[in-house]
Design a protein around this ligand. Structure first.
Ligand code: GSH
Length: 233
């Protein structure tokens, strides 16, 4: 299986990413681009930097959210769709598994990260990392701890005895679960214990795309988050 002719080596489309580095969804795209060795330009949008409501931005993403990818004349929003587009067009046999079963598992775990893992992390993430230290109500967040532990437990068991979640080699299917699992294990309260997940994240940390874009500080309260976001751009 080959990448579509339009995107094969030798024909380089101009790639632009819109998004702040603190966003897990933006990190997915930046990690995928680095895995593929693709050059790109990044424009800082979102969070404290604003820009999501500009009419020109809304024309690219009517939701006003980050990330957006422009790949030649193709403009996309939705981080998982962007990662899959990059994998299909430039990573056939690497980021995009050639084996249909491996590709199906990559799709499965990408969907799981968005629909099952992310919603379990978000109450704790918002209530701690995105809340001023003085306003954090740890007691009110306690009910969110067990559901997150249960979902990270699913991931931990899936990783038992395996180097990668979806197949024998790295593929796009590792990206979304890893970014959100890292966020879960880094929470200042309610972080689940998950030795297989921790070991997997440790292995992924050797990959330049993870080290450069994902392994960044998150902080434990809004004040720290805002400072890190500002420094990251
Ligand atoms: N399902 C979308 C979600 C996008 C989203 O919620 N992005 C957040 C950042 S992670 C955002 O744009 N927040 C507003 C902002 O940064 O201004 C995707 O995966 O791209």
């Amino acid at each position: 299986m080959r990448c579509p002719r339009r995107w094969r080596a030798g024909r380089r489309e101009m790639i632009t990413v819109w998004g702040r580095r603190s966003s897990g969804n933006v990190q997915k795209v930046l990690w995928a681009l680095t895995e593929l060795g693709l050059g790109f330009e990044r424009k800082v949008v979102g969070g404290q930097f604003g820009g999501g409501d500009d009419p020109a931005y809304r024309a690219m993403n009517p939701n006003g959210l980050v990330p957006v990818l422009q790949d030649g004349d193709v403009t996309l929003f939705e981080s998982d769709a962007i990662v899959r587009h990059l994998a299909r067009t430039r990573g056939m046999g690497t980021l995009q598994p050639a084996d249909p079963a491996h590709a199906a598992r990559a799709d499965m775990w990408t969907c799981w990260a968005a629909t099952t893992l992310f919603p379990a992390i978000n109450p704790l993430f918002l209530g701690l990392v995105r809340t001023p230290r003085a306003a954090q109500d740890v007691a009110a967040l306690k009910p969110a701890v067990a559901p997150l532990a249960e979902r990270i437990g699913v991931l931990d068991r899936a990783l038992a005895g395996r180097d990668f979640l979806c197949g024998a080699t790295f593929s796009f299917g590792e990206i979304a679960p890893a970014i959100f699992a890292r966020r879960a294990l880094g929470l200042p309260f309610g972080a689940p214990a998950a030795p297989n997940v921790a070991a997997w994240l440790g292995r992924l940390a050797d990959r330049p795309g993870f080290a450069r874009w994902v392994d960044v500080p998150m902080g434990g309260c809004l004040e720290e988050w805002t400072a890190h976001e500002k420094a990251l751009g």
